[in-house]
Ligand binder design. Structure first.
Ligand code: NAD
Length: 255
């Protein structure tokens, strides 16, 4: 019978961008289930603080600041995690950006902003999948990519972001095919979530109200409401789900 508990004791979870916002909620949700969690992002201070939060919940961790757009740093991250724990069970590709310079009508966006967004959101996710691939196959683990509603439908004036998130949903499907039945690969596509990334939106009253009007749940999600489905997808309860993209958007893109 399928294990209906959410017990990740002794398991090892790596969360990119796991120090803030949605990633931080994912880090703490896995730690609450007994997992050893390695939350990583670019700066020492952020990583140290998130590692301490995992340790306070009783899990083991490691502080390895890693820019996912740096392929050598990514390789080193997974080597170090494997060396310390001898296994990796779940990787969450959460690190993502939507820079100001990448917002606007297509004619106004510098092509370099496209590269910058791709390097983190898509190339970075592939580098992590590649770096963790052998360990995940050995453990029969799971990879979860944090996409976006912008990975499922178009959003005006967010071209690089939407392109990378559609790419991430595609990568989810192709990895799922190559790694089945050993590793399950899924994506979660949030709608708007209350984090630093959406600060600017919430400060613009008209835009904020417009987005709430489009959202049947009439509010942005709390990061915990994205973390919960991520933990579910990594769990035994999702043992037959792979290659899927789970939209968690308060009903926004429901037809
Ligand atoms: P955030 O800006 O609050 O946090 C992002 C985290 O990623 C931070 O820890 C940051 O340090 C880290 N990060 C950024 N660039 C990095 C890099 N190059 N290498 C390593 N770490 C890096 O963002 P968030 O709102 O929590 O978003 C997390 C993910 O969820 C992103 O992939 C984002 O696209 C996606 N998402 C967010 C929303 C939303 O409304 N907030 C909606 C849909 C999808």
């Amino acid at each position: 019978m399928t294990d209906m508990t959410l017990d990740f004791s002794d398991q090892v979870v790596v969360v990119t961008g796991g120090t803030r916002g949605i990633g931080r909620a994912i880090t703490e949700a896995f730690a609450a289930t007994g997992a050893n969690v390695v939350p990583t992002s670019r700066t020492d201070a952020d990583v140290t603080e998130a590692v301490e939060a995992v340790q306070e919940q009783g899990g083991e961790s490691l502080a390895i600041p890693t820019d996912v757009s740096d392929k050598k740093a990514v390789k080193n991250l997974f080597v170090q995690v494997q060396d310390k724990f001898g296994r990796i069970d779940t990787v969450v590709n959460n690190a993502g950006i939507n820079p100001m310079g990448a917002l606007g009508r297509p004619e106004a966006i510098d092509v370099d902003e496209f590269d910058r967004t791709i390097n983190v959101n898509l190339r970075g996710a592939f580098a992590c999948a590649r770096g963790a691939g052998s360990a995940l196959q050995a453990s029969g683990g799971s990879l979860i990519n944090i996409a976006s509603v912008g990975g499922v439908v178009g959003i005006p004036r967010q071209h690089p972001y939407v392109a990378t998130k559609h790419g991430l949903v595609g990568l989810t499907k192709s990895l799922a095919l190559d790694w089945a039945p050993d590793v399950r690969v899924n994506a979660v596509a949030p709608g708007y979530v209350t984090t630093d990334l959406t600060d600017g939106i919430r400060e613009n009253e008209d835009l904020y109200q417009h987005l709430l009007d489009q959202t049947p749940m009439d509010r942005f999600a709390d990061p915990d409401e994205i973390a919960a489905p991520v933990v579910f997808l990594a769990s035994e309860m999702a043992s037959y789900i792979t290659g899927e993209c789970l939209v968690v958007d308060g009903g926004w893109i429901t037809e």
